[in-house]
Design a protein around this ligand. Sequence first.
Ligand code: PMP
Length: 396
Amino acid sequence: MASNSLSAFLQDNLTELKQQGLYNTIQPLESPNGPIITIQGREFVNLSSNNYLGLANDERLKEAAIQATTDFGTGSGAVRSINGTLALHIELEEKLAQFKGTEAVLTYQSGFNCNMAAISAVMGAGDAILSDELNHASIIDGCRLTKAKVIRFNHSDMEDLRSKAKEARESGLYSKIMVITDGVFSMDGDIAKLPEIVEIAESYDLITYVDDAHGSGVLGGGAGTVKHFGLSDRVDFQIGTLSKAVGVVGGYVAGSRDLVDWLKVRSRPFLFSTALPPGSIAACITAIDILQNSKELQMKLWENTRYLQEGLKNLGYSVGRTETPITPCIIGDEATTQKFSTRLYEEGVYAKAIVFPTVPKGTGRVRNMPTAIHTQEMLDRALSAYETIGRELGLI
Ligand code: PMP
C-alpha cells in the first residue's frame, strides 16, 4: 500500500494538473510512427515524429536489425566496460567518427543519457557552464549533475554570451568554462549561431559543446550543424542522437580520442547501464551508410519542409524563426492553441500544441515535423485542415 504522504502528493498534484488542462494523455499508436499513423482505428497525417528521414520503418534497417538479432541476440548482456561491448559497437563508433569528421565517437543508450554522461564527466566544482536559456531538458539536467556554476545566457544573444564569458573568465573564479548550446532548437527550429559562439569561445578559452539532436541527418549533408558551418575541428563536443533522423535509438559524443578515452572511464551511464542491443546498433550502421551514400532522403525532407512552410505562410500563418524542418505554426494564447490542436485531431491531422511554460506566454504554437516520406497529398491534407480551422477560429 502506498504511504499516505505519497498518495496525498500524487492526488493533489494530478488533480491540479488535470484541472489546468496540463495533463498529457498518451495515445498509443497502432502503426509505425510514419507519415500516416493509426490511433484507435483512425488514420491521421502525422506531423509529430522526429523520424525526419523515414528511416524508423525502413526495410534496410529492419533487415539489419533482424540479422544482428539472429546472430547476436536481443541484448548485449552487460555494461560497455565489463563485456557488453560488441564488435558492432566499435564498427558503429568508427563509422560515426568518419561521418562526423572527428577522431573518435562514443555511443550511449540515448541522447538524454549522453548529455547526462558527458557534461558531468568533465565539469565539476570550480568550473562554470554558460548555457543557452532554451537548451534541451537533458542539457539542463546534465548541468545539474555537476557542481559547476551554471550561468544562463539569453537565447542566441551573442552580446550576452560574450559579456558573461568575459566576466566569468576575468573573475578568476573558474578553471574550466564550457559553453553549451543546442545546434537546432527543438521548439522554434532556429539554428545556433555557431560561428560566433566558436569565436567567443576561442577568445575566452571556453570548451564548446553542441547538442545536435535535431541537426544530425538534416544539416551539413547529414553530418549536422557543426559541419554545416565548417567548424568540425573547432568544437570540442558534438552530441548526436540515433533516435531521430537515424531512426533507431541511442546517442553519441563525437570529439577527440582523448575525450572519448576519458568518457570511457568517467561517464556514469557508460559504466553503469547496459549497452545498446545488437539489433539497434546494426540498424544504426545501416542508417549511417544510407546517410553517407545518398542525399535523396535529405533532399526530399527539405523539399517537403519548404512546401509545408510556404503553404502555412500563404495561408497567413507565421512559422516563427525556423530555419529547419521543425515548423512551429504560431497560434497565440494557450486556450486557442489547445483548441486548434484538438480541431486538427478531429480533422485527421496529428500535430501537438506547445504552450506556456514550454514556450513564453501568448506564443502558443502547433509544432509540425515534416519528414522525407510525406507525400505532397498528405501535406495538402494537413494544409487544408489548417485553412478550415484558421477560418473557423478567425485566425486567418
Ligand atoms: N537533445 C535534444 C536537443 C533533444 O531534442 C532530444 C530529444 N527530444 C534529446 C537531446 C534526447 O535525445 P533522445 O531522444 O535520443 O534521448
